[in-house]
Design a protein around this ligand. Structure first.
Ligand code: AMP
Ligand code: MG
Length: 349
């Protein structure tokens, strides 16, 4: 019944339309809601094509694996299962992809990105159905921080058709929400490329991947929102040319609450166990794939501006560019960006 409702909801939320500006190409557009947010896909093709069914199936399949908001997903099953060995089918390769990438970024970021923050995300009231804590219990936070030390020690083992993750202790939970949206964008982009489409823009919850040109024969232009709590998507901070790359943005203005005059945002600093608390308002990251852009946007929100600058300088091999918006001493906005970003980005008044 739940599955049926879920399917009906997704079906309802899809719409498809097309429009043509260049005579030889048709601009196809697909908009809808998924993963608790909206998506928008634009692509050029010789004809108008409706991929709404395929896109719906792809997004639903991802949710069945990675969504903490779907009670019967693999990740929800993992988190309900207290055992220190958790298994899933080998064919669920999306889970493996995200898990392995998370491990890689966990190591490179020295633990700034850590999916075992799950219990802390829950403690601070940012998980599905969790409550904002009445009062801050530092003993509890310290005990939940203990789980963070186990992500690096997790090992996986293939047995038959299944993969088993050994977490070392019981009750370890995972949260891939810092990387899953970007990974979903990549899957949708790969799907379009498999259909022979070379001009597209895929956006899900603000994470974007673009290739080729738009209907005007120009590189796709993407807007970066102002980091305002009240901003609508038409209040742009900057525009960016996205040429065969991906963009992801994380910000403390997106999901947060205020309690006793203190602002708590949904990015957890694994060293303190507390939500990050610094002057960085938003980070936009460019990478070749959207999964990396998404995870590194979260990483830089954790690291803050100065550490992120050092990280970017020390890791040219990752081919990342980034744009930071922070509040300076006087409380007004300031920005910093990498040299590569300067070539692509135009700040607006
Ligand atoms: P994003 O919007 O991509 O920055 O992802 C934020 C989400 O990632 C949060 O809502 C949490 O579910 C999760 N998260 C929070 N802190 C971390 C962290 N340090 N490492 C990995 N995931 C995190
Ligand atoms: Mg992220």
């Amino acid at each position: 019944m739940r599955l049926l409702l879920f399917l009906l909801l997704i079906l309802q939320l899809f719409s498809c339309s097309s429009d043509s500006k260049k005579p030889e190409f048709v601009l196809n557009e697909l908009h809808g809601n998924a993963q608790g947010t909206s998506f928008s896909i634009k692509f050029l093709a010789k004809d108008s094509i409706d991929y709404s069914q395929e896109v719906q199936t792809i997004l639903m399949n991802i949710d069945m694996k990675l969504s903490t908001y779907v009670s019967f997903s693999i990740i929800s099953g993992f988190n309900k299962n207290k055992d220190s060995i958790k298994g899933y089918a080998q064919k669920d390769s999306m889970f493996t992809l995200v898990y392995n990438k998370s491990k890689e970024i966990y190591q490179l970021s020295e633990g700034a990105f850590n999916p075992t923050v799950s219990a802390l995300v829950d403690y601070w009231g940012f998980a599905n159905g969790s409550q904002v804590p009445e009062k801050i219990d530092s003993i509890k936070i310290d005990s939940l921080k203990n789980y963070l030390t186990y992500f690096g020690k997790c090992t996986s083992e293939i047995r038959g058709d299944s993969i088993y993750i050994h977490t070392g202790i019981e009750n370890v939970q995972f949260d891939f929400n810092g990387i899953a949206q970007g990974a979903s964008v990549d899957v949708l982009a790969v799907f379009l490329e498999e259909q022979g489409i070379n001009d597209y823009m895929v956006e899900l919850g603000g994470e974007v991947r673009a290739k080729g040109k738009n209907q005007e024969g120009e590189i796709w232009t993407i807007g970066i929102d102002k980091p305002l709590e009240t901003a609508s998507h038409d209040q742009l901070q900057a525009t960016l040319l996205l040429e065969n790359r991906s963009l992801a943005t994380s910000g403390n203005y997106r999901r947060f609450y205020e309690k006793d005059g203190v602002k708590y945002s949904h990015t957890i600093d694994p060293t303190t166990g507390f939500p990050v608390n610094h002057s960085l308002l938003s980070v936009s990251v460019l990478a070749d794939d959207c999964m990396s852009a998404d995870a590194y946007a979260t990483v830089f929100m954790v690291m803050g501006l100065e550490k992120s600058k050092t990280f970017l300088k020390n890791h040219p091999e990752l081919k990342l560019d980034a744009y930071f918006i922070f509040s300076d001493e006087s409380g007004t906005y300031d920005t910093w960006m990498t040299e590569g970003m300067k070539k692509m980005l135009t700040e607006l008044e």
